[in-house]
Design a protein around this ligand. Structure first.
Ligand code: VG1
Ligand code: CO
Length: 532
């Protein structure tokens, strides 16, 4: 079992995951590590991808053999990642299993994944996942109970031999949580006045959530939903809410008479992409504008203690936080690093450039939450999304931002590139390769302010004196080869530079990044394979 150390779960091709004993061995490694008390309570749910239903039955059999006596599972085996996090917290579960490979493609030839969360509702910390990895290397076998077939289609309780399985409506609790944070009446009135929203569920788990909340509860027109049926292969689409994979939504934002707000979420419902009429809202700007307006939303009226962003996320959030005198923490990529800060009450809003945003209402990023935040904000503000964004940039300046990805078939070549780049860092410091001096050239090292744990080698940063920044890191979520991610950022403050297109603003920086790291030499790739 080759779980990557440091990841909160296992993500593999379906063919690998569905092999005999594979899922059971991983699950056993988790139970051996967690050492739950007998009688423990578990939450289980997934994004509905191919193999979800069988995996849940097999997972439950190992769970019961390991002493679990209460299982709360979403109807049809569905729970969005944030809804699962919420259920773990409200039902005081001892652990949760979320079956998803997030935005990775599904179907028999696609990916499957299994991650486990702690009683806080958050992803297990690195020490725990490293221990699971260690245990999995030594495991000789696993315990498994023989269970009756559990019908996940029917909401209700099933009891057998001292075990209780509760099949719950996956949306109900989550919907109540959203209603406690946002002004639903105001959003409904805004929609009733002729404003329009378009939400693309990308055939992932959020379809039923969006139907119940946006259409049934808030009164959006049924045709506001795209790809709203949860399908095991996501309709052959790649359920990743970005401008490339959600091209249909982007086209709608550019058509005549576009909706006021357009949004998409990923397979498991934790990501969000926000668009407006002829506008792409960078996730980095989205979280910054959320902070600038946070007290206008009922659930955050009293303000928040601080904010956090992942290191590669642009510094647009920092500028707003500074203006409010709030701490802004910089964490490594991956949601679990926010969890300690949320749990300690240090932050109330956090985000990643990779279309992830959330608050302290759960311990995962939350796609629909972000959509509702924006709907509430637009309803309160009255201006259009493009109008709000321009006004924000006029105050805080604009952080032009893009991520260039290089997919490298041979993973060792990508590691060699990073090693060579790290060796270059001392020589780069203080040089002036393009209109700005490199003031910081380092390999990001994080010390968790709550528990003091250390995470090294979290990405190479080049920070320039002229508001530019280049970050390099390798993706940790792929299932084959390697992806080098290069994050480009340029902060500008003049009206002319703000009006410039992002492509124009960051392309010279991207070329410089390729030159410094000798990307062509190491990977054979003259151009990025993807730009987001
Ligand atoms: C990517 C993103 C990262 C995100 C992670 C999990 O990781 O860059 O920001 O936390 O996916 O997201 P990487 O290592 O490939 O860059 V999800 O929606 O899979 O929970
Ligand atoms: Co996801």
């Amino acid at each position: 079992m080759d779980q990557r150390p440091g990841t909160a779960g296992l993500r593999k091709k379906v063919a690998v995951f569905s092999q005999a004993h594979y899922l059971e061995m991983f699950t056993q490694a988790v139970f051996t590590t967690l050492n739950l008390r007998s009688g423990a309570r578990l939450v289980i749910g997934g994004d509905g991808r191919y193999f979800n239903a069988q995996a849940i039955q097999r997972l439950m059999a190992v769970a019961v053999a390991n002493g679990v006596r209460e299982i709360i599972v979403g109807q049809h085996g569905l729970l969005s990642t944030p809804a699962a996090s919420h259920l773990i917290r409200t039902r005081q579960a001892h652990a949760g299993f979320i079956l998803t490979a997030s935005h990775n493609p599904g179907g028999p030839a696609g990916d499957f994944g299994l991650k486990f969360n702690t009683p806080t509702g958050g992803q297990a910390p690195e020490q725990v996942t490293n221990e699971v990895f260690r245990v999995s290397q030594q495991l000789q076998g696993y315990s498994v109970a023989t269970l009756p077939h559990i019908d996940l289609a029917r909401i209700g309780r099933i009891e057998f031999e001292g075990v209780r399985v509760e099949v719950v409506d996956p949306v109900a609790d989550y919907s109540r949580l959203m209603e406690s944070l946002f002004d639903f009446d105001r959003i409904a009135a805004w929609l009733a006045s002729g404003r329009r929203v378009c939400f693309d569920a990308m055939h992932g788990v959020t379809g039923p959530y969006a139907r119940q909340i946006l259409v049934d509860r808030l009164g959006a027109a049924p045709e506001s939903l795209l790809h709203a049926e949860s399908l095991p292969d996501f309709g052959g689409l790649h359920p990743d809410p970005n401008p490339i994979d959600a091209a249909e939504l982007v086209a709608r934002s550019r058509a005549d008479n576009p909706p006021d707000l357009l949004a998409a979420s990923d397979g498991d419902g934790d990501r969000n992409m926000i668009l407006g009429p002829r506008l792409f809202l960078s996730p980095c700007d989205s979280v910054a504008l959320m902070l600038a307006n946070i007290t206008r939303i009922p659930g955050y009226q009293g303000g928040i203690p601080g904010v956090a962003r992942s290191m590669p996320t642009s510094r647009a959030l920092d500028v707003v936080a500074a203006s409010q005198g709030l701490p802004c923490y910089e964490t490594p990529t991956g949601w679990r690093f926010f969890c300690n800060l949320l749990e300690a009450g240090r932050i109330g809003l956090c985000g990643e450039e990779s279309f992830g945003t959330s608050s302290a209402h759960c311990r995962e990023k939350d796609g629909l939450w972000a959509v509702l935040f924006w709907l509430n904000l637009l309803a309160v503000d009255g201006r259009s999304l493009p109008g709000m964004l321009s006004a924000h940039w006029a105050i805080f300046g604009r952080h032009h931002y893009q991520r260039w990805d290089y997919d490298v078939a041979d993973a060792s070549r990508a590691s060699d590139l990073m090693a060579a780049l790290r060796n270059l860092l001392p020589a780069l410091r203080g040089t002036n390769p393009a209109g700005g001096v490199i003031e910081t050239a380092d390999d990001f090292h994080y010390r968790d302010p709550v528990d003091g744990s250390e995470s090294a080698h979290q990405g190479v940063r080049l920070i320039f004196s002229n508001g530019a920044r280049i970050v390099y890191r390798l993706s940790g979520t792929g299932t084959s080869g390697a992806t080098l991610r290069v994050y480009l950022e340029q902060h500008v403050t003049t009206a002319e530079a703000i009006a410039r297109s992002t492509v124009e603003a960051v392309t010279p920086l991207g070329r410089l990044a390729a030159q410094i790291a000798r990307i062509g030499h190491h990977t054979g790739l003259a151009e990025p394979t993807g730009m987001i």
